[in-house]
Design a protein around this ligand. Structure first.
Ligand SMILES: *[C@@H]1O[C@H](CO)[C@@H](O)[C@H](O)[C@H]1NC(C)=O
Ligand SMILES: *[C@@H]1O[C@H](CO)[C@@H](O)[C@H](O)[C@H]1NC(C)=O
Length: 355
């Protein structure tokens, strides 16, 4: 009732303004409404919002994740903190996906981004990331948790949780987001420390991270796939926020075990589990986590990773805060040069600028 009343007031306001002052005032009114909505003062669905923009005769065309991702073939990334200055690895991860999937939308959902509803807004968001903006298949949208979790098993859980008491909240949030995003939009989800090197040949897949653990860093499922729903239920039913990985790889591993027991590979070819492909660890984890430092070392012969589709960089293990050093000749430098050349170019420029 309250919502309808609000919408009525808004519509009347816009209409009255239009009657007296036509476009200029309407556009000001719409602008004020947009600010109020983006600050959460006026909660509103995408549909109502777009209706208001149409009333306001906003010239730039509207854009939304559901439109960009309507084919269900997106590659999805998420930033659950408010940071907007992304580390080079994140930029590299997204750039490499944009290159590996030139015909698919690559969407970065960022909590710190407000309000992308028109193509102009999208263009402004792009300009914040000069190394990514030349890739026309990269899109930025704000991450709105409550909206994302609506109509999923997460909403009730999210409403009763107290983030100040959660020790892994950033990661737990990000775990939940990936399931809800894949449920609603379909496509491939990737962590921002995954470098894509060639396209993944399957649409519906899960991947082994080791002999016993299923990865949460890369998976693909079509929109509204029953497994996504099962993952969300498993997450909520078994929720133990203080246990690291319990909401991420734990969910995948539990569900895979339920359907398929302990899967054993006899080659790098994928297996089938719960009607989706189950990839060998070589596909994304050719360097296993105890060896994560190898990415930062100089190799005599560079590995070809011919059995891999993407490389998981184990950023969480990287407590020493190692990063790619220009001129180090480390394996990672070669990967940047080859798979995210614009990010690499920017890092080179930054180094030169400081010397
Ligand atoms: C290079 O430096 C600029 C300015 O500090 C920064 O915005 C940009 O992100 C840096 N490039 C990379 C790839 O980190
Ligand atoms: C796999 O597909 C079959 C046939 O469509 C279906 O009966 C079964 O429930 C599916 N299994 C899972 C785990 O979704």
């Amino acid at each position: 009732m309250l919502k309808q009343l609000k919408i009525l007031v808004i519509v009347l306001f816009v209409a009255a303004a239009g009657f007296f002052y036509r476009t200029v005032l309407i556009q000001h009114g719409v602008h004020i409404l947009r600010v109020l909505i983006s600050k959460g003062v006026l909660p509103m669905s995408d549909k109502d919002y777009h209706q208001i923009l149409r009333l306001g005769n906003v010239t730039s065309r509207t854009i939304s994740p559901s439109h960009v991702l309507q084919q269900g073939d997106g590659v999805l990334f998420v930033e659950t903190t408010d940071r907007m200055e992304e580390p080079a690895l994140v930029l590299c991860s997204i750039e490499s996906a944009a290159r590996a999937y030139p015909d698919r939308p690559v969407v970065f959902f960022m909590k710190g981004l407000d309000d992308v509803v028109t193509e102009d807004d999208e263009e402004k968001a792009r300009q914040r990331f000069p190394t990514l903006s030349p890739y026309k298949n990269v899109y930025f949208f704000p991450l709105r948790l409550q909206e994302l979790f609506t109509d999923t098993p997460f909403l009730a859980w999210y409403k009763k949780i107290d983030p100040s008491r959660e020790i892994h909240w950033t990661h737990v949030k990000s775990d939940a987001c990936r399931f809800a995003m894949i449920w609603k939009y379909g496509g491939i989800y990737m962590d921002t420390d995954v470098i894509s090197i060639r396209p993944i040949p399957e649409d519906n897949f899960l991947a082994a991270q080791s002999d016993t653990i299923t990865s949460s860093a890369v998976f693909g499922l079509s929109r509204r796939h029953p497994l996504s729903w099962e993952f969300m239920e498993n997450f909520v039913e078994n929720y133990r926020g203080h246990v690291w990985g319990h909401q991420g790889p734990g969910v995948f591993t539990r569900v895979v075990y339920k359907y398929c027991g302990r899967l054993r590979f006899t080659s790098v070819d994928h297996l089938k589990c719960a009607n989706v492909s189950y990839f060998h660890n070589e596909r994304f984890y050719p360097i296993a986590y105890p060896s994560w430092r190898k990415y930062f070392e100089v190799w005599k012969d560079l590995p070809t990773f011919s059995n891999s589709y993407a490389l998981h960089l184990w950023n969480y293990m990287n407590k020493e805060r190692k990063f790619m050093m220009v001129g180090s000749n480390a394996l990672l430098e070669h990967l940047y040069q080859q798979y995210c050349p614009r990010t690499y170019g920017s890092l080179v420029q930054n180094v030169t600028a400081h010397h």
